[in-house]
Design a binder for this molecule. Structure first.
Ligand code: BGC
Length: 377
């Protein structure tokens, strides 16, 4: 460990002088980002062979440069401010960046209003402003390569959050030794946990219409987003892996939105009625909408239908405790925002990062909901 601290400190001093030498330059071509090339090999050395979570390395690196962060500028792009989960995320991100030594006035967080063109304009402005690091929650994951190219060309380190760019795009970061990474959680795990929450109830409890199958509807988030794709796929895979037969009655796109979730579930309930045994929602906002429609249709979760979401929004965890929602999956916005901030610090100090930094989801059922609720406060 001691050796590692020394390595990180050495890397930090080296890279910091490089960064100062190259500071403000936007002239480097995307194939030769001078500061990044200089910082990266040292960083990889420092990180090896530990493959330790970024948070640890960041703690050390941040401590080594105490005080310097107050003058550093951070640009944060959020795909849409009205998203419940991303509101928790950005609030915690700003709080933690300040705790780590950034000045509030140097942290600028902008709303992409769910429009990639708007967000791309915001990224251009941040580049023109010469921010020291960018943290980006893309509107469209498929825009990652274009965004990466322009940010790398401007020699600005980049931390993607929440919407994971494709594997070939991430491979480019590694191949070129770029200071670009993704911080998030593996959405397959969240889907699996949703399916397991239902599987654990057992067929007898779930199969109200006694057709031997689990009859469900699926309310999806933005289909462009791997979180939506994986949760849709892996929730059902967990059921079939556990030996259940499944029957999909309906699958609709609710775009992560509560109002859309309510509308879609109301429609499905009027079409399929009592045959719907489980409502899977790719996130909690849509599960809250689903609950409104389930209640208006005179159905009762736990008695004649089941409902699961993802995120562990406070309101939903309270509903899990009261039994109005069957379960959810904690999407750890604390770990993700802290890891993102730590990764940003690691780039600023020259300590560098792995290109993909992950954290775990946690299953939330009646059994542990109170504990999770307490941890959210
Ligand atoms: C969250 C959703 C959120 C989405 C935004 C997902 O990880 O579960 O609640 O709307 O990210 O991209």
């Amino acid at each position: 460990m001691f050796k590692k601290v020394i390595a990180i400190m050495t890397a930090t001093v080296l890279a910091a002088s490089m960064l100062v030498a190259c500071g403000g330059s936007t002239g480097a071509s995307s194939s030769e980002p001078a500061a990044q090339e200089a910082a990266e090999p040292a960083a990889e050395e420092a990180a090896e062979p530990a493959a330790e979570p970024a948070a640890d390395a960041a703690g050390e690196a941040a401590a080594a440069t105490d005080g310097d962060l107050s003058t550093k500028k951070v640009g944060v792009c959020i795909y849409q401010f009205s998203d419940n989960f991303m509101t928790l995320f950005r609030t915690e991100l700003e709080k933690y960046l300040i705790e780590k030594g950034f000045a509030k006035e140097n942290i600028t967080i902008v709303d992409g209003a769910n429009d990639q063109a708007t967000q791309s304009g915001q990224i251009d402005s941040f580049i023109a402003d010469g921010v020291d690091v960018l943290i980006i929650n893309l509107v469209n994951s498929s825009s990652a390569s274009t965004v990466t190219d322009k940010v790398v060309a401007a020699n600005i380190p980049l931390v993607y959050i929440n919407r994971e760019p494709a594997a070939d795009e991430q491979q480019r970061w590694a191949d070129n030794n770029w200071n670009v990474c993704y911080v998030g959680c593996d959405a397959r795990q969240s889907g699996t946990y949703q399916g397991e929450i239902i599987a654990d109830l057992g067929l007898d409890a779930v199969d109200f219409n006694k057709n031997g199958k689990i009859d469900y509807i699926m309310i999806k988030g933005d289909p462009e987003n791997v979180d939506a794709q994986y949760r849709t796929e892996f929730s059902i895979k967990a059921l079939t892996d556990a030996g259940f037969e499944v029957n999909k009655l309906d699958e609709q796109v609710g775009m992560w939105d509560q109002v859309k979730g309510a509308e879609l579930v109301a429609n499905s309930l009027s079409q399929y009625g009592n045959d719907i045994e489980v409502v899977f929602c790719n996130n909690d906002a849509m599960a809250l909408g689903a609950l409104q429609s389930i209640q208006s249709a005179g159905r009762k979760v736990g008695t004649d239908i089941y409902l699961v979401g993802v995120d562990a929004l406070t309101e939903v965890v309270e509903y899990v405790i009261s039994g109005d929602i069957t379960g959810t999956v904690f999407n750890d916005h604390f770990a993700q925002s802290h890891n993102a901030a730590d990764a940003a610090i690691n780039y600023i100090t020259g300590a560098g990062n792995e290109h993909n930094i992950q954290c775990d989801y946690k299953k939330v059922t009646k059994d542990n909901a109170q504990e999770i609720l307490d941890s959210l406060k």
